[in-house]
Design a protein around this ligand. Structure first.
Ligand code: GRF
Length: 220
């Protein structure tokens, strides 16, 4: 059987990438990590990819002579590697429309809050958890969603709540959220690989399973 091929795009520390790699190594996630791409040459994700033995590409407006060059390279790599699913894991750049058209309903992103809360432009990294603490939220969470043309507005696939203790620091909230990201992103990728998520039929009514909003039937 053909392996299910994924490409991961990251800009920062790469802990979500590492979690995917760990689950591939353990045999729980049966996909082939074809490549990791970063716009940031110093992203730890590139080193993690090399250590694992996957192709690692630094692709930016600087290396490609502008954004159109980045778009062209990305499309070429998707084709060359036969990518089935593009996994954004802390990728700070907007996804070009041509890439979304090349992989319809096959680009996923993870966001460290319960969208639509704390989403959209300006909500990234520590700013999100600082806002959660400032607004005295009793919980926050993780959202995994399909990527569309608008920041953080694609179809939600999976959400999990993370409680916020009174007086918790933004750093502590961030650590708790990141731990949940690692616990669930690989399961969503596995759901794609196993065909649980079918492009076009992912939309549906959320089912609240004890604080867990599950959009994908059969995902555990
Ligand atoms: C994560 O919090 C993710 O939700 C957000 O960017 C962060 C990436 O962290 N989109 P890492 O690079 O995977 O450690």
């Amino acid at each position: 059987m053909n392996p299910f091929r994924i490409g991961v795009l990251a800009s920062g520390g790469g802990s979500n990438l590492q979690s995917l790699i760990d689950h591939i190594r353990s045999g729980e996630l049966n996909v082939r990590l074809e490549f990791v791409l970063s716009n940031n040459s110093t992203s730890a994700a590139l080193e993690k990819a090399r250590t694992f033995g996957a192709a690692a590409y630094h692709v930016s407006a600087f290396t490609e002579g502008g954004e159109p060059g980045v778009e062209k390279r990305l499309l070429a790599l998707i084709k060359e590697h036969g990518i089935d699913l593009l996994v954004l894991a802390g990728y700070m750049k907007k996804m070009p429309s041509s890439v979304l058209r090349a992989l319809p309903n096959r680009v996923v992103n993870i966001h460290p809050a319960l969208l639509p809360a704390f989403g959209g432009e300006g909500f990234y990294g520590a700013r999100i958890h600082e806002a959660v603490v400032r607004e005295k939220c009793s919980y926050t969470g993780v959202t995994i969603h399909l990527v569309n043309e608008i920041y953080d507005e694609g179809q939600i696939l999976w959400q999990v709540k993370v409680p916020v203790e009174p007086g918790a620091s933004a750093e502590a909230v961030g650590r708790a959220v990141l731990a949940q990201e690692h616990a669930c992103y690989w399961k969503v990728v596995r759901a794609f690989a196993e065909g649980v998520v079918q492009p076009g039929v992912v939309a549906g009514q959320p089912v609240d399973v004890g604080g867990l909003v599950q959009f994908m039937r059969g995902l555990q």
